[in-house]
Design a protein around this ligand. Structure first.
Ligand SMILES: [Zn+2]
Length: 300
């Protein structure tokens, strides 16, 4: 049972917005692509764990802290023991040599075993003072069906693409019964989850230099026009309610500029003047709390 859902990481969301509104440097672009790929891999694994019918609690995406060390868990499953998973979405041919992993062109990537070992140790340290004696079983899941790892050692906790489904079926057969203690543990972990990641790597950006206007949710095109109460994409003909488009863009504005005041004028400008000031002000009034009056009005 999915006990905690995964949400799109803020860093990924912000990078997606920035990608549509400015030219990202090659480094930022690469970082964005990697994050997106990693997230897609995690979602693919979520789809499999969602099918589990055994008595278990699935906690997706936890960001926890022990002392001053912050660590992240892709998937944690509470069943007959705790199962920890680090999900990797690498694609292509890789090889394993003396505890290191390389691409076919001899470019070394970090070995996820080191990461999962560290995560397991930190989780143990977190659970110790809570007096929870638990066995932890950690694995690295390579979720991408186009991934090959030559010379993969048999004694490492890798779950290769050809083994993922079998692993899930095996996990489904474990003899577990979720008690109130398990639920208390899950609640405790969820309560300790940090929502603000200290690992965000974002480029510098300023309001003035970002492109204004709305982009199509479906294809990313900027060729949008209004017809009645809808916004239509000239490129892919997708239709989205105007209010939804404006709200989506308000959300973007707030994510990027959390300290800026939300005003009719700022959103009118941010949306590239696609809707009238009157429409924007009505949408803000309905969906947010009005503070102040007349030309000093802003929304919360
Ligand atoms: Zn479109």
């Amino acid at each position: 049972m999915e006990y905690k859902q995964r949400t799109k990481p803020t860093e990924l969301e912000i990078l997606g917005i920035l990608d549509a509104r400015m030219e990202l440097s090659e480094k930022d672009q690469q970082h964005y692509v990697n994050l997106k790929k990693g997230y897609e891999g995690e979602l693919a694994f979520d789809e499999l764990t969602r099918k589990l019918t055994c008595d278990c609690l699935v906690l997706n995406d936890l960001l926890l802290q022990v002392g001053s060390t912050t660590f992240q868990i892709d998937t944690l499953i509470i069943a007959d023991m705790i199962y920890l998973f680090d999900v990797k979405n690498h694609e292509g041919d890789y090889y394993y040599d003396k505890d290191r992993i390389y691409t076919k062109t001899n470019y070394e990537i970090s070995n996820p075993i080191n990461q999962i070992t560290r995560t397991e140790s930190l989780l143990r340290q977190l659970l110790q003072p809570l007096g929870i004696p638990t066995q932890i079983n950690s694995s690295v899941v390579f979720i991408n069906s186009e991934f090959t790892l030559y010379h993969a050692p048999i004694d490492k906790p890798f779950i290769l693409p050809t083994q993922v489904n079998r692993y899930i079926r095996k996990l489904n057969k474990v003899n577990s019964r979720i008690t109130n203690n398990h639920k208390a543990l899950a609640d405790k972990l969820v309560s300790l989850h940090l929502t603000k990641s200290p690992f965000m790597q974002l480029p510098k950006y300023e309001y003035g230099e970002l492109r204004k206007g709305v982009v199509c949710r479906g294809c990313g095109s900027r060729k949008m026009f209004i017809k009645w109460t809808n916004c239509i994409c000239k490129n892919c003909e997708a239709i989205e309610g105007l209010e939804d488009v404006i709200l989506r863009n308000i959300r973007e504005f707030r994510l990027l500029f959390p300290n800026d005041k939300l005003t009719t004028h700022s959103i009118y400008n941010w949306c590239g003047e696609i809707a009238s000031m009157k429409t924007i002000s009505r949408i803000l009034e309905i969906n947010f709390k009005t503070v102040g009056a007349r030309r000093w009005t802003y929304y919360k």
